[in-house]
Design a protein around this ligand. Structure first.
Ligand code: HEC
Ligand code: HEC
Ligand code: HEC
Ligand code: HEC
Length: 451
């Protein structure tokens, strides 16, 4: 952040690390909690400095979050998640770090705008951000050069935050899309940055900053200055190499003229930059898998978590299969349809929908109910603990996922045609977390069974 030296790396996460969404079903919550524990262990190894407490992080309950925070070697930041009686923050509101000669403050703000998030009454309250940030930002801006906010507020709300608190220089956001977003300015002094959810990606921001800077200021001159400095160094070196060899006298003359010109240009750029507070960044994204894939300890944690989730699911499935098979009176399975619709069936079998369950088996994830929910047929009609015990003809994304339960139609009772397939139905499963580039029209052509 100083003018000349690069800022040391500070590893931060905007929030919502533990859970992808608010989960109300206990059967889904159980494996999700195991995965959350794994994420905390992995972050401990990677050397994360701080994460924001996101509203989603409360999906496993306040006690679960507190336990995870206790196991973490990094700070969990929230200035507005408070104990109702005392109004005191339940987590650390902010931390300070000194990087080179730059004092950086990192603040956390938790979003209260999550559908389905039932906070344990009496245990915690999420205060509105504005009155909490007002005194905090004012105080921290006096003693720091650069202010960072970690939050899962919506990107629109972040715009409001930036307007009200221009002293915040960088907002790392976990409340928006699940895709990586290139950083963008929300005002002259505030930058918004975000990566996909749950630590699947890392974004590296290389920041050149001087206190009081406005984003983008001095960038072109600063980079031109660096280029000219490099060229001047090269020219001077060449001149030394040539020395006083008479046969190279004319070449030396050219180089000397270039040297003088460069010195003048550098002087000019230095003068132009003297009054400017330089502030710019470059950004890159890296898939976490690629960034830490070679790290065997992280890989071991991932394997261990999968093992534990599989084990738990297997036990639940065994317990269920001792009772009656899952009651699905309205569904019949694809084999029945095949008898009267051989062409459509052959078409379906050529798509990956038919093998969606086999895909899980290949990865040994067929007992994880959080995976099964989108990789089977009729999942919405049975309780979650039965998902691992469906008969083979309902494993995979079958006919009745799209055309609706078909037993009555197959038995000839239903005169009306099975339902048409609306786009919203596809999007129940083709969500950004699992399919980052779903385009209805294009994808429909690949799977429709009348082609
Ligand atoms: C006993 C034979 C039979 C079985 C079994 C059967 N269907 Fe049909 N299906 C038909 C007939 C006949 C029609 C044409 C009815 C019509 O056009 O109204 C039809 C129509 C359809 C259509 C509408 C086609 C269009 O042109 O719009 C769909 C979709 C369909 N069936 C899906 C299924 C599915 C899914 C299953 C399995 C759950 C199934 N069918 C089982 C006989 C069968
Ligand atoms: C019940 C969840 C679910 C629904 C509903 C669903 N899909 Fe899929 N879809 C999947 C899964 C899971 C896969 C990946 C299967 C695999 O690779 O094992 C997939 C794969 C696909 C593929 C890749 C197929 C291939 O052969 O390469 C396309 C295209 C697709 N879906 C389109 C659609 C469209 C269009 C709709 C709506 C008409 C739809 N899907 C509805 C779960 C679903
Ligand atoms: C919300 C629905 C949903 C859930 C939950 C889900 N999947 Fe999928 N999965 C999909 C869809 C949709 C596709 C197809 C993606 C595409 O075509 O790009 C897919 C594709 C896949 C594929 C094949 C493509 C690939 O990425 O290699 C694998 C493997 C897979 N899923 C494994 C899993 C596992 C393991 C879980 C549980 C941890 C899981 N899925 C949970 C919807 C889901
Ligand atoms: C991922 C969704 C999906 C799945 C799974 C699926 N279909 Fe379809 N099917 C479609 C779509 C989309 C169409 C095109 C008509 C429409 O939009 O409803 C279609 C059309 C049909 C038609 C009409 C064919 C025609 O020539 O007019 C039949 C019959 C049919 N499907 C039967 C089946 C059967 C049987 C299966 C299972 C073996 C199946 N479908 C699986 C989405 C699906």
């Amino acid at each position: 952040m100083s003018r000349t030296s690069k800022l040391p790396l500070l590893k931060l996460d905007g929030g919502g690390l533990l859970f992808e969404r608010v989960i109300s079903n206990p059967q889904e919550l159980e494996p999700a909690k195991l995965a959350a524990e794994g994420l905390v262990s992995a972050y401990n190894l990677i050397g994360i400095e701080a994460v924001g407490v996101g509203g989603r992080d409360l999906a496993g309950g306040l006690d679960f979050l507190k336990t995870q925070a206790g196991l973490a070697k990094f700070a969990w930041l929230s200035a507005n998640l408070v104990e109702p009686a005392s109004g005191k923050p339940l987590f650390t509101p902010f931390i300070s770090r000194t990087l080179g000669d730059t004092r950086v403050a990192i603040i956390g703000i938790t979003s209260g705008q999550l559908p389905g998030l039932g906070l344990p009454s009496g245990a915690a309250t999420i205060k509105p951000w504005a009155p909490v940030l007002a005194p905090l930002v004012a105080e921290l801006a006096r003693s720091h050069d650069f202010l960072v906010l970690l939050t899962d507020l919506s990107p629109a709300e972040c715009g409001g935050v930036a307007r009200q608190f221009p002293a915040l220089n960088l907002i790392i956001n976990a409340g928006g899309d699940t895709y990586n977003q290139p950083p963008k300015t929300l005002g002259p002094t505030t930058l918004l940055a975000a990566t996909g959810r749950q630590g699947k990606y890392t974004g590296t921001l290389e920041i050149t900053w001087s206190r009081g800077g406005r984003w983008g200021e001095g960038e072109n001159q600063f980079k031109a200055l660096q280029d000219k400095d490099t060229e001047l160094l090269r020219t001077s070196k060449q001149l030394v190499e040539i020395g006083s060899q008479p046969e190279l006298a004319s070449q030396a003359g050219n180089l000397r003229r270039r040297q003088t010109l460069l010195q003048e240009e550098i002087e000019g750029l230095r003068t132009a930059l003297a009054g400017v507070e330089i502030a710019f960044f470059t950004n890159t994204f890296t898939a976490m898998a690629a960034a830490v894939g070679a790290e065997p300890k992280v890989a071991a944690i991932v394997a261990q978590v999968r093992e534990r989730i599989g084990e738990r699911g297997r036990k639940n499935a065994m317990a269920s299969s001792t009772t009656e098979p899952a009651p699905l009176p309205d569904f019949t399975g694809w084999r029945t349809c095949a008898a009267c619709h051989p062409k459509a069936t052959a078409r379906w079998q050529s798509t990956n929908h038919a093998g969606a369950y086999a895909t899980l088996v290949k990865k040994d994830r067929q007992f994880n109910v959080n995976c099964l929910i989108c990789h089977v047929t009729g999942g919405e009609a049975v309780s979650t603990d039965r998902l691992a015990t469906l008969p083979p003809e309902l494993q995979g994304v079958g006919c009745e996922v799209c055309h609706g339960p078909g037993r009555r139609h197959a038995e000839g009772h239903e005169k009306t045609r099975p339902r048409r397939v609306p786009e919203t139905l596809c999007r129940n499963c083709h969500v950004p977390e699992h399919d980052g580039h779903f385009e209805y029209a294009r994808n429909l052509e690949k799977i429709r069974c009348d082609r």
